[in-house]
Ligand binder design. Sequence first.
Ligand SMILES: [Zn+2]
Length: 526
Amino acid sequence: MAVHWADVYAEKIIREKGEKDPYVCASGITPSGTVHIGNFREIISVELVVRALKELRRNVRFIYSWDDYDVFRKVPKNMEDKQTLEQYLKKPITLVPDTTGRWANYAEANEKDLEALLHQVGVDPVYRYQAEKYRNSEYAEGIRTALKERDTIRDILNKHRTQPLAEDWYPVSVFCTSCNKNTTRQLGWDGNYRLSYACDSCGNEETVDLRNTAAVKLPWRVDWPMRWEYEGVDFEPAGKDHHSEGGSFDTAREISREVYGYQAPVTFQYDFVRIKGRGGKISSSSGEVVGLSDVLEIYQPEIIRYLFAGTRPNSEFAISFDLDVLKIYEDYDRCERIYFGKETVSEKRREKERRIYELSQVGEVPAAMPYQLPFRHLCNLLQIHDGDVNGVLERISEIEAQQRPRLEQRAQCAWNWITTFAPESFRFSLRSPDAAPLELEKEEKQAVDETIGVLENFQLSDDESADEKRLGEALYSVPESAGLDGKSYFKLMYRVLIEKDRGPRLAGFLLTTGLERVLRILSVYR
Ligand SMILES: [Zn+2]
């Protein structure tokens, strides 16, 4: 019995579609704006099922379709140069310029940005660009079939419409070849490949041939089932909006069967992804949209995969940017320890965590357990060393060369998180040894003095956790002998070290900072 949903769906595809070579798994979107992390859920869900199918020794073609022959309906909020862009409304998005000047057009800018990021998280589908397909008239037969069956299509669509489609409705939309806008009316069809239209914007009237024109496109609800048949799609999930009653999946299923003689792919509905704890922080590149690039700032690629692989697609979950980030990293590290048998759990849990861990890897599963550097500890180290990623990693002798890139990534994420999203209570920076001493009460001064004594006499060993325990014990008697209660003592130490009332656990913090450095900071109270 499969323990993971991706395996369950892989088995379902084989069962329902029969043996095939290859199985076609599809996903797609209109690149009409920055692709947000909710859309990424569809892509990664398909990728996980693709992996599961491959592990069952089946050939798979994973298609990601950019619906870039869609019309530019509105200028997204986060775009600059809105006036220039408004001239392109009603035209295909591939004709809209990229105002950043980096790419040939607006659609391509959104496409290439995401493709590069998808590769980083181990997602490498075959990309299909619909503008190219339509421009090469590859769908001529599919469009002709739709025109032939236009009554059937209209009846199917009308079942779910309050305003029925007119008798003379055509299941196509035409981009005028003169002004490129879709402001056209169909005038007639010869029953075969030739279609006539008139443009309301520029007055152009023309007859085009489906076999050599780029002008004619199917509307979404017909385009989708046509492409299922064209590509032989076996699996394609969709979001809630498409999976609602009478939504586009329902009508596509019917059109696919009745018009194209093709059984709709196996599917599931995936739920929304919420964003938690970003406060008012809006990324400059993507406006209000939280995209994959924003999540990669805080989470390593395998941890992003872990979030999606570890949640059933039909349940909503949140990607956190607040303190929960620490917990998510801890959960992932635990999952890794369970995978490598370093932490014991029930057999059932172990099996589940093992599978999630495998699916979370960008490449091969590591042969041995990687060196774990807890995210929380990394946050402390980086704050002690002012964000010096290399400096911090160089101090840790256990790190092997091949593990360095992953740890660098983690350290970068930790520093990004500290400097952008970590709550104020979590942030600190060490006082400079040159800073003027804080005013202390007599008892406080004595406590600092005794602490200095303890630290000067402390002998480090090779065992960090034993050192931490010993140092904790050595400091235990300091407050009492100075006439302070324990709570005031800790508060005092954090004040003199980081000018805060609280901080990481004291003994560990002193050791992590380095006793020499601590002594230099404290020396002003001598
Ligand atoms: Zn026109």
